[in-house]
Design a protein around this ligand. Structure first.
Ligand code: PNS
Length: 173
């Protein structure tokens, strides 16, 4: 049958962008919630050549792929350059961001307005689960580096990778 009735509705796509060095339970909470709202969710790992991370972009992608595999509709890719170009290339009309606190809002609002002005892409803010409102990859790395317990803040796979990486760094100091 021809006509509009026979056509598949377009896929609703969104992107969750970030550095993910490494992915935390806070990120996963946002990705999981986005995966319920959209048909396809892209997790876009930013390549930042001027900043060396604890994990390489490939390692971050590997960890993200494993911990998001259970959702079924989540794809993990890297990107370089403007997020709006990543969105344009994949026909993604929406960026989903977690807001932890009011302090996140100023910069996030600027980016959302800039991205919308550049290409019309919308940004949707999801309030972070209060359990993770203080959580960031940087704090996880700092606490773990000093031997603090972060087992409740990252998936077990990430905890193992963190321990291994920090151990090997200590060995080379
Ligand atoms: O996890 P982070 O480091 O807070 O993520 C920041 C990120 C990757 C979302 C942001 O820096 C970004 O979108 N960078 C891509 C470059 C870009 O599009 N810049 C213009 C934003 S208005």
């Amino acid at each position: 049958m021809n006509g509009p009735e026979s056509e598949e509705p377009p896929l609703r796509r969104a992107v969750c962008p970030g550095s993910f060095d490494p992915v935390t339970n806070g990120h996963l909470d946002i990705i999981a919630r986005a995966s319920k709202l959209y048909d396809e969710v892209y997790v876009a790992v930013m390549i930042n050549k001027s900043k060396q991370g604890l994990f390489t972009v490939e390692e971050r992608i590997g960890l993200l792929r494993q911990v998001t595999a259970k959702y079924g509709n989540v794809k993990v890719e890297s990107f370089h350059g403007l997020l709006v170009d990543f969105c344009k290339q994949r026909e993604i009309p929406a960026i989903v961001k977690g807001l932890r606190a009011v302090s996140d809002f100023d910069y996030e609002l600027q980016m959302a307005q800039m991205n919308n002005g550049l290409s019309g892409v919308e940004t949707l803010f999801v309030p972070t689960n209060p359990t993770y409102s203080f959580l960031s990859s940087s704090l996880v790395k700092e606490v773990a580096a000093w031997g603090g317990d972060v087992s409740h803040l990252v998936p077990p796979l990430v905890l193992d990778a963190l321990r291994e990486r920090l151990e090997s760094r200590r060995g080379s100091d």
